[in-house]
Write a protein that binds this ligand. Sequence first.
Ligand SMILES: [Zn+2]
Length: 261
Amino acid sequence: MRTLLCCCSLYLWLCSCYAQPSPKNKEIKCDAKIEREYSDGSASIAFIHLHANETTALNAVRQFLERNKGSLFYVKQRAERNISLVLNDSIFQFDPNRIFTSAGRKANLSPYSAAADSVVKMFANEIVSELHSYRMIISVHNNTPSNFSISSYKKGGEFEREASKVYINRKMDEDDFVFTTDENIFDKCRKQKLNVVLQDNVRRTDDGSLSVYCSNVKLSYVNIEAEFGHADQQLKMLQFIYQAVSSKLEERSYAAERSGE
Ligand SMILES: [Zn+2]
């Protein structure tokens, strides 16, 4: 049985199927909202699920939180990747994982308008203001075979320039992998022979994704990617990363104690 203590809507201004005036008296309609579920409010790890259609990932993290500490933030809407927003009778669409920087919103918001940008920026700010009280962010995503995988980050791959290091275990499915901004976590995954990519935190494209935002503000970030339907693999990666992250956080606290911080 799930042991969640709380399930609440964080953003009443962006809520289901009714209009509500924004601070500038614009009429906003949106059927997406961010919700939070948590099993322990004192936990230092936040899990985040941004693409509502990626249900394998959401189920895996919920199953994981039945037995472990952490808070889960997730986008609740119909099972689609993008969010639709109606602002003063005009319709806009955006990918909720491309909204965390102004360059990302500019490239992603369709069609672009400054007024819609300010609404989406509020949405992004509400999310990151919640995340800042945690010491580690673990994001969960799903992908489909034959488009995006760890191979996309290899030499000659579409996202080669986004990665500073890549480790591939050929016995693993290339769609199941960890992506992180944190070299310590990368090293732990490589030792465990787990497919892993280390983001190049200097050269990476500013696409407005949460990994870019976290590297900008020096917040440790891990994304656990798995193919749709690979629930067991995603759960196993969650378990490994949770252990690796927990020991890293303990090491850091110990070092801070020793140095009197
Ligand atoms: Zn995703």
